[in-house]
Design a protein around this ligand. Structure first.
Ligand code: ATP
Ligand code: MG
Length: 223
């Protein structure tokens, strides 16, 4: 579902090039949960951005559900992103002026999907948030906010789920609830899930743990 072939990513910084990824090849299948670990600056977020068609590889190839992101054609990439990819972030990134159910409903309304409200309510039930539909984001706990963000990410049934430190702002117990949820939904919805994390506990629940070091794969472990 997500394939990287010998991907290099250079960023210009201070008149030089920083090599953020240095020849990375990997594959994430549908229904598979892959954790990306490694020290700060090793390239985890860069890899997620490329896997989400948010940015281009300097060389090598990224394929999402068999479609190359190399074309650099904005319309194609925006479509690819909208149809196949969902992101979950450390900071939740809910829209503060919309209620819980409106946040989850929004991707469906943007995609013109009928019966959006009903689908949003169903999604909220699947992350055990029934009853909180009409709250505003600031009236929720961190773990509840992250569950709303996950419901919103998955409401369009994306093939690819990318999570950047999804438990980074949560205590350990709440983090565990979020990780269990991500793992369950990855299997149920057969998404290809890639999660960047600093947490050993988080990596432990993944099917595969990939360690990055200086932009290269330094180790692969199957749990
Ligand atoms: N937009 C950018 N411009 C220049 N350099 C960048 C840019 N984004 C990332 N980098 C550099 O690329 C390297 C990889 O960064 P990246 O954000 O992927 O690391 P990370 O593994 O996600 O780190 P963290 O664990 O701190 O989030 C770092 O050296 C970083 O400074
Ligand atoms: Mg990062």
């Amino acid at each position: 579902m997500v394939t990287l072939c010998n991907v290099v990513k250079d960023y210009p910084a201070d008149g030089q090039l920083v090599r953020a990824l240095d020849g990375v090849s990997l594959e994430v299948a549908a229904g598979e949960f892959v954790a990306l670990v490694g020290r700060s600056g090793c390239g985890k977020s860069t890899l997620l951005n490329l896997a989400g068609a948010m940015d281009f590889a300097t060389s090598g190839e990224v394929l999402l559900d068999g479609v190359s992101t190399n074309s650099r054609d904005d319309t194609t990439l925006t479509r690819l992103r909208r149809e196949k990819v969902a992101f979950v972030f450390q900071s939740f990134q809910l829209l503060n002026t919309l209620s819980v159910v409106e946040n989850v409903e929004l991707p469906l309304l943007l995609a013109g999907v009928p019966r959006a409200r009903e689908a949003a309510l169903e999604r909220l039930a699947s992350v055990e948030l029934s009853g909180l539909e009409n709250r505003m984001p600031h009236q929720l706990s961190g773990g509840q906010m992250q569950r709303v963000a996950i419901a919103r990410a998955l409401v369009n049934r994306p093939r690819i789920l990318l999570a950047d430190e999804p438990t980074g702002n949560l205590d350990t117990a709440t983090g565990t609830i979020i990780l269990d949820l991500l793992r369950r939904l990855t299997r149920e919805q057969k998404t290809a899930t890639l999660m960047a994390t600093h947490s050993v506990e988080a990596a432990a629940i993944a099917d595969v743990v990939i360690e990055l070091r200086d932009g290269k794969i330094a180790g692969i472990k199957r749990n």
